[in-house]
Design a protein around this ligand. Structure first.
Ligand code: UT7
Length: 333
């Protein structure tokens, strides 16, 4: 019997605090008009008070578990995709595990920046297919605002904070991840990175004075590579699943910039209406964009159990990945 990993529950969580383009225009030389025209972003949620990567991930995870109808005792593993951990040690997944009381689970993080959801979904599915786990809580959460230089208009307008989560459960029906293509170009790290804070360049007052602890990006170059990387990996993932775009109910792309999504739609020759877009309300929440979009798509009826959906992402690393997923819980088991 072939084992599959169905997505039986999902959820999302964003910080309470909303920051509009007009708010940012009070800090740096920009305008609502520039941001909306160049990116499609209107507002984003930014953490305040006690909110952290793990609290957002745990809130999304709680909803996903409730929808799946599983208790803390049922979960074998907790995986968090993030490049914004609560602390360097322990893994943010351990803190999520503690907050949700998932006491008998293994817990670990993965880092693949904006491609984190596709990478993590692939890892979680493989663990279930191999028989190593029966039920996994997988969260993708980033508090990008922690790394944003609020004096740099090239980047500070683009990002937001948030989390999404899914519960994956073993099934003999062909549901969940049907194909996955992932890639990386580690020799292009300078295009999108946080240079300091690790062993290469430990944090110091000097390093901080130079702003090396902030996220930097070559926006124009990343834009081009993102369009190409998401187009190519999408076609590869479809071919691997033996399907075409006509079989997809929806395409859920990483939400970095509306113009990137429009360019991919044009290159794939798919009407933009078949793409789910919510970058206007959240900005780029890194690994969290896809599960937040999936949760909203499912809530709006744009995505229903049994539908096929194409996921595609691109981000720091550089990393990229695309996947074909059959959404939801099998109807008969
Ligand atoms: O998650 C994956 C990683 N991230 C991405 O995928 C993002 C990829 N890149 C992008 O989305 C776009 O490249 C940006 C939104 C970052 C920039 O848009 P662009 O159309 O590529 O603009 P640009 O970099 O070519 O800059 C155009 C001008 C520049 O002025 P000059 O040099 O032409 O005089 C910038 O200084 O716009 C200026 N500019 C701004 N002006 C007002 C840059 N940021 C701003 C701003 N407000 N916030």
């Amino acid at each position: 019997m072939t084992i599959h990993a169905a997505i039986t529950g999902w959820g999302m969580s964003v910080p309470v605090n909303v920051v509009t383009n007009a708010d940012i225009a009070k800090i740096v030389d920009t305008s609502d008009e520039w941001i909306q025209t160049r990116t499609g972003i209107r507002e984003r949620h930014i953490v305040s008070g006690d909110e952290t990567t793990s609290t957002l991930a745990a809130a999304a995870g709680r909803d996903a578990m409730q929808m799946a109808g599983v208790t803390a005792h049922d979960i074998d593993m907790v995986i968090v995709a993030t490049f914004c951990p609560d602390r360097p040690l322990p893994a943010t997944a351990c803190r999520v595990q503690a907050q949700l009381g998932i006491s008998r689970a293994a817990a670990f993080d993965i880092v693949a920046a904006c491609s984190g959801f596709v990478y993590g979904l692939t890892i979680a599915t493989s663990l279930i297919k191999s028989g190593m786990a029966k039920r996994i809580l997988f969260c993708a959460a980033d508090v990008v605002s922690h790394y944003v230089n609020w004096q740099d208009r090239n980047t500070c307008v683009l990002f937001g904070d948030g989390a999404g989560a899914v519960v994956l459960e073993a099934t003999d029906q062909p549901y969940g991840l049907l194909s996955s293509v992932m890639g990386a170009a580690g020799d292009r790290e300078e295009l999108l990175m946080v240079e300091a804070g690790g062993t290469c360049m430990p944090m110091s007052t000097d390093v901080m004075a130079q702003g090396k602890h902030f996220l930097t990006m070559n926006g124009r170059e990343v834009f081009k590579l993102a369009v190409r990387g998401m187009e190519e990996s999408s076609l590869q993932a479809l071919a691997q699943a033996n399907m075409t775009l006509d079989d997809m109910k929806l395409v859920v792309p990483h939400q970095a910039n509306r113009r990137i999504i429009e360019a991919i739609a044009e290159r794939l020759n798919v009407p933009i209406e078949r793409f789910f877009i919510n970058v206007d309300r959240y900005g780029n929440t890194s690994a969290a964009t896809i599960p937040i979009a999936l949760t909203e798509a499912a809530a709006s009826g744009a995505l229903n159990p049994g539908d096929h959906v194409l996921l595609t992402a691109f981000g720091g690393g550089l990393t990229w990945g695309s996947a074909v997923v059959r959404w939801g819980r099998p109807t008969k088991e």
